[in-house]
Design a protein around this ligand. Structure first.
Ligand code: GRF
Length: 267
């Protein structure tokens, strides 16, 4: 079995990144983190990476997102903006000029991101608290043909509560069970094929921080397990309908592993 080379993308604290770093060091994650990239200069995840001796870069989205989108700027992009707008499924605003400008700025930032990732020869891109939309340009670069190479960890039981406030939404809705999801990334908002999920109870008297802590513990376990399954070649994707796919994990220990997550969730 070959160790996977990962690019891990972060925006903030990077506790998922740290869990991967620790598991790599312990030999329980069949992967090498080849590069860490943040969209913000101050992200603590960058420090975690540097401390572990992992190449760490920042693509400063803040500076890209304030740029003037001139015709010249658009012409220099690695992708046609009309095509990008046709393929994207996230920006819902009805003003096409604003939408194209937003996509143009994102694609310009992504060009830098892609260059960094490509120069490290990676197998998978792991979004781990990366709080930026990725455009079809980025997705199409890494998902080629049947190959899906971008993973995300989401702090809710999809398809419930997409977006960036999974724990807050779970808690505010009064759910009695919360969950976390690892999925492949597609052109929608948290809509890609689900690889694994785990659940935890929400008890009376919990606050959102207790809910988050319970969920994060599962995030670390499930994300690592998914990466190991990918390294083993045990993640199969079945196309079930136009544009829809179902993932099947062929690990013979699957029921025991999932049972372990259930017990962990209840701890
Ligand atoms: C996690 O809850 C993850 O599910 C979400 O963002 C958070 C990142 O946390 N996508 P951290 O930066 O790994 O601590």
């Amino acid at each position: 079995m070959k160790k996977l080379r990962l690019a891990v993308l972060v925006s903030g604290g990077g506790t998922n990144l740290q869990a991967m770093i620790d598991r790599c060091a312990a030999g329980s994650l069949f992967a090498d983190i080849a590069v860490v990239v943040s969209d913000r200069p101050g992200a603590f995840g960058l420090e975690r990476a540097e401390k572990a001796g992992i190449p760490a870069f920042c693509v400063d989205y803040g500076s890209y997102l304030t740029r003037d989108v001139t015709e010249e700027f658009a012409a220099g992009l690695p992708v046609d903006l009309d095509e990008l707008d046709r393929r994207q499924n996230i920006l819902k605003g009805s003003d096409p000029v604003k939408r194209r400008a937003r996509l143009a700025r994102l694609a310009a930032a992504e060009r830098e991101l892609v260059e960094i990732i490509d120069s490290h020869g990676i197998d998978y891109v792991c979004l781990a608290g990366f709080m930026r939309l990725v455009t079809p340009y980025f997705i199409g670069h890494f998902n080629t043909g049947e190959d899906r190479r971008i993973l995300n960890i989401h702090p809710a039981l999809l398809p419930s509560f997409p977006g960036s406030h999974g724990y807050e939404d779970t808690y505010a809705y009064g759910c009695k069970w919360g969950g976390i999801t690892v999925h492949f990334v597609d052109e929608g908002e948290d809509t890609g094929p689900i690889i694994a999920q785990a659940v935890y109870p929400v008890w009376a008297g919990d606050d959102v921080e207790k809910v988050r802590a319970r969920g994060l513990r599962l995030e670390y376990e499930v994300y690592s397990q998914v990466i190991n399954w990918l390294a083993m070649g045990w993640v199969k994707i079945e196309e079930i309908a136009e544009g829809r796919a179902r993932v099947v994990v062929t690990d013979s220990n699957y029921p025991e592993i999932v049972g372990g997550w259930v017990r962990r969730g209840l701890e």
